[in-house]
Design a protein around this ligand. Structure first.
Ligand code: FCB
Length: 467
């Protein structure tokens, strides 16, 4: 027989989670959605915004699919109020966005642009008015073109300009932000932007990429120092993209290959930030020039660490290579779906870094070729992807990892960099011709799941209070 208290049964299937996962994610856990400036804002030459390296890169023939750019994207710059209402209606606790540096400081140095700053002020206040926590990132890849002309991240000076910009934002918005991250995924800026030529500014120079990674880390340390000195009121940190690495076999070559891949991808950023040194066992010939005092500057205490996790890296040194099993398939990006990698990764971080601050999953999500049919978008594959990753996250928590929140990437379909608009990551579908937003099934599932987790928590609190 169903009793009243079973209505509050923590095993009820909110988000389709197992009872164990419920236990770990049900209470005091932050639920959010994420975006970034260049991918959604559009309005690239409005209200005094300066040019960014992505504007220039996307204009170069052959750099992006169909030559697509973020010039219009989701037109969020003009539709921000409607988008904030949509975020609030999803019932999430938090929204992660990035600030376009060239919008607030068009040249990246010198004068600031009041209209650009006002935009982020309106956005932050709009979120707060609707009860949504604003989590901002200072750099999600859109360097002012003028700084690129002066040498970009290859120049040490850029790190100092960044710290100046960071300090301004912290002074202006720090009292209202729920968190402020310096960088999003410095590995992508360094390696995809300067070694593989896949992202702006499109360089192919491994030595430059190593130097860029160092300047990015240095800029993080300088920015942290400046923001602490001006007593930024909000928690400060950085967001790193990370993977778990699997060796195809027990062979010495595969095992060593997996270890050095992990050192290049994860430890290259984690070790300087938390141990004050670059890993030496990377198998990389290219190391940056480091000046005295740099490593101490980089190793600033952080209030949180953001992790973006999408997939794992598979290492096989056999000829021909043994392919990854992809037992759960792959996403539209061709990325293997491997939820347990999230648990492996987080447990490994806890084991290896004694000074690890609280963690937030700042991005996780899948691209899927979603289309609207009769006003509805059935994206059960996305629901399954998220649910499995939440299970893995709950397991990591059960193993003692301090993870405080989860942000789905992305709130809505948007400009997926060199892949253009065909890759759809959103919980919300965007019809780019009309700019109409339509909630996908996954958005409804996320909204209802969060609401029922809250109801369960409230129910438990009631029971505890009234017996
Ligand atoms: C991450 C980026 C984000 C988005 C997702 C799919 O690497 O931070 O902007 O492109 O991948």
């Amino acid at each position: 027989m169903k009793t009243i208290s079973s209505l509050h049964d923590p095993a009820a299937p909110a988000l389709g989670l197992s009872p164990e996962a419920h236990q770990h994610l049900g209470r005091d856990f932050l639920w959010g959605v994420a975006t970034s400036a260049y991918q959604i804002e559009g309005a690239v030459d409005v209200d005094g915004r300066g040019a960014s390296i992505w504007d220039s890169f996307a204009r170069q023939p052959g750099r992006t699919v169909n030559g697509e750019s973020g010039a219009v994207a989701c037109d969020h710059y003009h539709r921000w109020a409607e988008d904030v209402a949509m975020i609030a209606d999803l019932g999430v606790d938090a929204y992660r966005f990035s600030i376009a540096w060239p919008r607030v400081q068009p040249l990246g140095l010198g004068g600031f642009n009041a209209k650009g700053l006002d935009f982020y002020e309106r956005l932050v206040d709009g979120l707060l008015a609707r009860g949504v926590q604003p989590h901002a990132t200072l750099y999600h890849w859109d360097l002012p073109q003028h700084l690129q002309d002066l040498g970009g991240w290859g120049s040490r000076d850029t790190a100092f300009h960044f710290a100046h910009y960071a300090d301004l934002i912290a002074r202006r918005l720090g009292d209202r932000l729920a968190s402020l991250a310096t960088h999003n995924e410095p590995w992508c800026t360094a390696v995809l932007g300067h070694e593989q030529g896949k992202f702006a500014p499109g360089e192919r120079d491994p030595q430059l990429a190593a130097q860029v990674s160092h300047h990015l880390l240095l800029s993080h340390g300088l920015a942290m120092t400046a923001m602490r000195a001006s007593a930024a009121a909000c928690p400060l940190g950085i967001v790193l993209n990370q993977v778990s690495v699997s060796a195809a076999s027990d062979s010495a070559a595969d095992q060593a290959g997996a270890r050095s891949e992990y050192a290049r991808f994860v430890r290259w950023y984690m070790d300087p930030l938390f141990l004050g040194q670059y890993p030496q066992d990377t198998g990389i010939a290219h190391y940056p020039e480091i000046r005295s005092g740099d490593m101490a500057l980089i190793q600033q205490p952080m209030d949180f660490l953001g992790i973006n996790y999408y997939s794992r890296t598979w290492i096989s040194s056999a000829e021909p290579a043994v392919p990854a099993p992809k037992a759960l398939g792959e996403t539209d990006m061709g990325w293997e779906i491997y939820p347990d990698g999230l648990r492996e990764l987080l447990v490994g971080l806890k084991r290896d870094y004694a000074l690890l601050p609280p963690l937030f999953i700042m991005e996780n999500g899948m691209a899927n070729a979603d289309s609207v049919s009769d006003g509805r978008i059935n994206d059960s594959a996305r629901i399954d992807y998220v649910r499995r990753h939440l299970e893995a996250l709950a397991q990591a928590k059960a193993e003692g990892v301090d993870v405080r929140g989860y942000f789905y990437w992305s709130l809505m379909d948007n400009y997926e960099w060199d892949s253009g608009y065909a890759k759809r990551f959103g919980l919300v579908h965007v019809d780019y011709a009309s700019q109409k937003r339509t909630l996908k099934d996954s958005a409804l599932w996320y909204r209802d799941g969060i609401a029922s987790l809250r109801a369960l928590t409230a129910g438990r609190r009631e029971e505890a209070l009234h017996g």
